[in-house]
Structures are given as C-alpha cells and as structure tokens.
Design a protein around this ligand. Structure first.
Ligand code: F6P
Length: 539
C-alpha cells in the first residue's frame, strides 16, 4: 500500500465536514419530496439481501464524498490485503481470514506459503461426519444410550455465534434433540442448563479458541465432575466430551482425546469464528447440508464485498453510513431491530462483533485518535422494542440510526401475525423518518398545550434490510454483511478491528482477586473501594 493521509487529513473528510453542516439542515421529508424515486434509487441488492438506505440523511453528494473517502483511505487495497491473507492484524501478527472458512473447495488462499482451503474443508468434512453419527444415533454415550442433548460450553465468540445461529435457524434444527449453551462463570448458568438432563444422553462441546479461558475451563471442569458423578468411569469422558480449539496441547491435558477435537486456526478471530469448527453445535442442530448452505450465504456476501464497486457494495455503504453519522453527526449508538423472533440473539451477537472489533482509540500506528470510532450497537426484536425503548428513538434528544431487519415469508404463517409484524416494522421506519408536524396535530384538533408532547420531529435515519426468508443462506449473508461493514469502518478509522487488548487487564485483576475472596485472612492492597468491596463479599 502506498502512503495515504490519516482519516481527518483526507480531502474528503474536510469536504464531508462542510457538506454535513448543510445536510444537518435538511429533513427527510424534503429529501423525499425533491426526489420522489428516492425509495427506488437508494437501494442495493446482493447475496439475497435487499438494502434500502433511502431513509438516511444523505444526498448524492454525500455518497460521492463517502466514496472519495473510501478511495483516499485505500479501502479496496485493504480488502484485497485481507482476502490475500496478509497479516493485517498487526498487533497479533496474524492474517484475518474468516473468509477462507467459507471459500469453496477449489479456492486457493495462502497463509505463510500454504493453501489453507484444503485444511478448512478437511475440518468441515470431519465435523460433517461426526454430526451425522451423532444425529443418526450411531455415536452412543458410555452406557450405549443415544445422545439426545448437546451442551456447548464457551464464551464470547465461542458462545454468542453458536447460540444466535441455533435460535435463528430453529426451524431447521433436529427437534428431537436438546441444545443448551453455557457461558457464564456463574454456577447458575451450568446448573440450570443441565438440571433436567441425563448425563448418559448428553454430549458436551468445549469450545474455546485458546482453551485457557477461565470461564470455559471452569465450566468444562464442572461438566466433567457432573458426568463422572453420574457415570463414574473415567472412560466415559471420551464419549461425552469433544473439543473445538486451536490449542491441541491444552485439549489433551484436559483429558479430551484429540481424535475428538475439531481444530481451527489463529487467523480466525473469536468473534469471526461461528462458521469455523466453533459452529459444531450449529452443525449438530441443523445438519451438514444446511451448515454448508449457511457457508454459501457467507461466501456470496464475501464475493460481493470483494468485487462490487463501493456505491453498489452493501457492506461498504453500511460501513460508510456509520462513519457519516459517528464522525459528522456525533452519533454514538446504533439500534439493530430484527422483526423476526428467531433473531432474538442477533443484537447480542452483534455487540461482540462490532464493539470488540471497533472499540479502539489508537490507530494501527499506535497513535491516539482525535475522532470518534466504534459506536455502541444494541437492540431487541420488534415489535417488543416498540413497547419499551422506541420512545427514546422517536422523541429522545439523541439521534440513533436503526437497522430494521425483516423477511417476506415467515416460518410460522399463523393468522395475520406476519402482516402485523411487517406493518409495524414499516410503520416504525416511516414514523422515524417523517414524524408528525405541528400542522398535522393542529388539524387533528390536538390542543396547543399538548402539541409539544405529541410532536414527532422525524428525520431519524434508518436502514431496511429485507430478504425472502430467514434461511441458513440468508443468515450467512446477513452476518457477513455486518462483518464487512465493521471492517470498512475500521479501515476508514485506521484502527485494528481484529485485536482485543482491552479485555486483558480485567482478566489479570480477577486472577489476583480470586484468592483474596477465598481466603478471609489475605492482605488487601487495592484502592479503598475495592478493598472494602472484597471485605463485604467475603463476609
Ligand atoms: O475475552 C475476550 C475473548 O478473548 C473473545 O475475543 C473471545 O471470543 C472469548 O474471549 C473467548 O475466547 P476463547 O474462545 O479462547 O475461549
């Protein structure tokens, strides 16, 4: 890559500053009035997704300037570098190749002189074979009983993706099996997950990239004790535990036969790993064919991201719009509102993907940024959110751009429910954009005293992401859309979206506090607040 200016020194940044001053005085009502075809023009389609971004406070000039910004920040070269396997995660000296996890068998992606695609497919084949054996009942527990219950033990990327995908794809899951997910180092999480399960019918997947994570190792230990308490024989472990990890040595030391280990690689970040072996629980739930369909959905979006021009490129447009609001409108949070109950864990999944990736305040060169970076992502499925926090999005003082996600067809066509759901989604976006004016309220006979309370200013931006149905392929495309949007944002901001050093200090401090809590006589050398709190908790 040739030298290029920092974000705030690009000519496009300065133009966008001036342009934003003008756009802040525009209202979506006027933008739609002046361009009646806006709802057809500000649309992009790819990989089964329809992306309407017409309800954003943008004009053609905005898009041209954002395109220029992407050019000046050499986004295309960064995309090429990622797909090529360059070590773009420089603080960990690693390539970033989640795209290789869904590359077709015949593709070639080199890391350190070696094509990684055959290894990826070898693991997928091994997972497929194992999943078929468990699902068909060929793989039996220690006492000869069929495995009916799968418990995934993992946290962060080793939990959020698998649990989200299980919930999202429930209509495709083996309904005669039970799937549970244990993440928290709160004994209640484990206790509740296994309280009605029979150990002889239960398989634990210990999912941890590093196989050193405190929470996961503590829960895996509990699980081992729980299995041994019921089945007594140490050989039972081999039939009731499998591991997903990059750390073969630690898996062996834990006592899991590495023949029952499914590997992945350091070039897969935890929050980008749900389509690697970390997705074993997903594959057990939906079967290998649906899992591969999901990978095809990811890959379709990858190819679109890699090849489409910026202003036809869904993840690029989405990422640039985020930059537009964060850096030129002072936006600090984005709501994700899936109008599909099966996507109930999608916002939680996105929290890690977006915030662990772009919650950074130094550039790749280690310099402190003098501009805002990653916004907070949050949300709940609609229509539930409408009866809780939408009030603030409609009438609060902060502007919160929203991503609405909806589907033409439902998996459960019951009564008029789906029409009610879709109508509410469209109505929310319409109300946010266009609001209700003083004149409208007056014509409705609302009293002068009440008008300020009932006024909807509107001009609240939103995207609408639609697809035919929530299928494995659609889910893959949707996740890849967000993954690449996060990358686009990171490139514009010049930060490393693939490390997570900010999680380390808390882990180190917790290790110091554990023995201090367990030993009432331990001397305390923290600040006065932490010391007093420890004394309170150790009773
Ligand atoms: O603490 C943060 C983190 O490292 C995440 O990035 C990761 O997804 C999670 O912990 C779990 O890590 P592992 O899969 O190694 O147990």
């Amino acid at each position: 890559m040739t030298a290029y200016p920092p974000f705030t020194r690009t000519p496009a940044y300065l133009s966008l500053m001036l342009h934003a001053d003008a756009m802040k005085h525009k209202h979506l009502r006027d933008l739609f009035r002046h361009d009646p075809d806006r709802g057809e023009n500000f649309v992009a389609r790819a990989a089964g997704l329809y992306f309407d971004y017409s309800k954003h406070i943008i004009a053609d000039t905005t898009l041209r300037l954002l395109e220029k910004l992407a050019d000046e920040r050499q986004l295309d070269q960064h995309i090429a570098a990622m797909f090529r396997g360059d070590k773009i995660n420089s603080t960990e000296d690693r390539a970033v190749l989640h795209v290789a996890l869904r590359a077709p068998r015949e593709a070639e992606i080199m890391v350190d002189g070696q094509n990684v695609v055959p290894e990826v497919h070898a693991v997928l084949d091994k997972m497929g074979h194992f999943a078929e054996r468990v699902r068909s009942g060929e793989w039996r527990g220690h006492t000869g009983k069929r495995i009916k219950n799968i418990v995934n033990i993992g946290i962060g990327g080793s939990d959020l993706g698998p649990v989200m995908a299980y919930e999202a794809l429930k209509p495709y899951t083996a309904r005669d099996m039970v799937f549970r997910f244990v993440s928290n180092v709160d004994g209640s999480d484990f206790a509740e997950a296994v309280r009605d399960l029979d150990a002889s019918e239960t398989l634990f997947i210990v999912a941890s990239k590093t196989f050193t994570t405190l929470e996961t190792m503590a829960n895996a230990d509990l699980a081992r004790q729980w299995v041994l308490a019921a089945l007594t024989a140490p050989e039972a472990i081999a039939k009731h535990f499998v591991a997903v990890s990059t750390n073969e040595k630690a898996v062996r030391e834990f006592g899991i036969d590495t023949a029952n280990m499914f590997g992945f690689w350091d070039w897969v970040g935890g929050r980008y790993s749900m389509d690697s072996a970390i997705g074993l629980s997903t594959m057990l739930a939906i079967g290998p064919d649906h899992f591969r369909a999901m990978l095809d959905g990811f890959h379709a979006m990858d190819e679109h991201f890699r090849t489409a021009p910026y202003l036809e490129n869904l993840p690029v447009i989405m990422g640039l719009l985020t930059v537009w609001y964060v850096n030129f409108f002072g936006v600090s949070s984005i709501a994700v509102l899936p109008y599909d109950q099966y996507l109930k864990r999608f916002p939680a999944y996105l929290q890690q993907l977006t915030m662990e990736s772009n919650g950074k305040s130094v550039t790749l060169a280690g310099e402190r940024v003098d501009y805002a970076t990653g916004p907070v992502y949050w949300g709940e499925p609609g229509t539930n959110g409408q009866h809780s926090f939408h009030q603030l999005i409609h009438q609060g003082t902060a502007v919160i751009p929203c991503d609405f996600i909806g589907f033409k067809h439902t998996h459960n066509p019951l009564g008029s429910h789906h029409a009610f759901l879709q109508a509410n989604m469209l109505a929310q976006a319409e109300a946010l954009a266009f609001g209700k004016t003083y004149e409208q309220l007056r014509l409705e006979g609302v009293s002068e005293a009440m008008i300020p309370h009932r006024l909807f200013e509107g001009n609240r931006p939103s995207s609408m992401i639609l697809a035919e149905q929530l299928t494995p392929a659609t889910l893959g495309s949707l996740i890849a859309l967000y993954e690449h949007s996060v990358f686009t944002q990171g490139v514009i901001w010049g930060i490393n979206s693939f490390d997570q050093w900010g999680v380390e200090l808390g882990k180190v401090l917790a290790k110091r506090i554990i023995p201090e809590l367990q030993n009432p006589a331990a001397a305390l050398n923290h600040d006065s607040s932490t010391n007093t709190l420890i004394r309170f908790l150790r009773g």
